[in-house]
Design a protein around this ligand. Structure first.
Ligand SMILES: CC(=O)SCCNC(=O)CCNC(=O)[C@H](O)C(C)(C)COP(=O)(O)OP(=O)(O)OC[C@H]1O[C@@H](n2cnc3c(N)ncnc32)[C@H](O)[C@@H]1OP(=O)(O)O
Length: 232
């Protein structure tokens, strides 16, 4: 069986955004804090007429609409015309990891005996219903013989107890986020672009350091330049 993975993929952002260079100037911290330091040009946000469902959220989410109704039921409206009600799966709700978990669940289902033909659809979205953060939504179709395949057994997981998201104030609708702690404990995630670049760079450096090949300097052309980081 050829590996399962993603075929078509779509990503959407709300049309409203805060220009990050302007925000830096307005806050008197300098344009570079957001554009260079956090690596982002625009930060999208929802208007008061939008919620996670208007972004077509379903399987993996951090944000449950009205904290009750499942996003999956909203997505089912897309299948009414075809009369297809036979769609398994439910919302997977968790902080940053919910979309990734939904993708792994879809890959596992695709490769399992539960699969009865067809593909899995993963729709992951987040409207960042807390004090700081950006809005995004992504949809993937997971199936067999996909051009972008997942290599089974090659991903690792690290889970630990942490208090970066919590809700100590019952009068507050939104949780409190300790951003510094969050980016420290969730090593490889994407609240802003620069963290993704840094995470990939660290991964490449680890690969370089662990590589036993004698000619690794030619394989990782930038590697030796960063050796000092490991030596420090
Ligand atoms: C579902 C989820 O995604 S959960 C994610 C939840 N977390 C979030 O949403 C994160 C929310 N954001 C935050 O908490 C904060 O904005 C943080 C933690 C990302 C940044 O903290 P702040 O104190 O505001 O910024 P800080 O002073 O650390 O500056 C950020 C970077 O910009 C750099 N910087 C600051 N000013 C400038 C400037 N003028 N020019 C260039 N770079 C600058 C800093 O050196 C720093 O770089 P570094 O991280 O490589 O050290």
């Amino acid at each position: 069986m050829a590996g399962s993975g993603s075929s078509p993929m779509g990503i959407s952002f709300p049309s409203q955004y805060v220009d990050q260079a302007k925000m830096g100037k307005d806050e008197s911290v300098g344009a570079g804090k957001y554009t260079i330091g956090l690596g982002q040009a625009r930060m999208g946000f929802c208007m008061d007429r939008e919620d996670i469902s208007s972004l077509h959220d379903c399987v993996g989410t951090e944000t449950i609409m009205d904290k009750s109704k499942s996003g999956k039921t909203n997505l089912m409206q897309l299948f009414e015309e075809s009369g297809n009600t036979d769609l398994k799966g439910i919302d997977t709700t968790n902080a940053c990891y919910r979309g990734t978990a939904a993708v792994f669940n879809a890959v596992n289902w695709t490769e399992s005996s539960s699969r009865d033909g067809g593909c899995a659809l993963v729709v992951a979205g987040d409207i960042a219903a807390y004090a700081t953060g950006a809005v995004r939504n992504i949809a993937l179709i997971i199936g067999l013989n996909a051009p972008l395949t997942f290599e089974g057994g090659l991903h690792g997981t690290q889970m630990q107890y942490a208090y970066d998201f919590h809700k100590p104030d019952p009068l507050s609708e939104c949780p409190i986020v300790d951003g510094k702690l969050s980016i420290h404990v969730m090593i490889f995630h994407s609240p802003y672009c620069k963290l993704v670049q840094k995470s990939l760079a660290q991964m490449m450096l680890n690969d370089f350091l662990n590589d036993q090949n004698t000619d690794k300097n030619s394989i990782y052309r930038g590697g030796p330049r960063w050796q000092h980081r490991a030596d420090a």
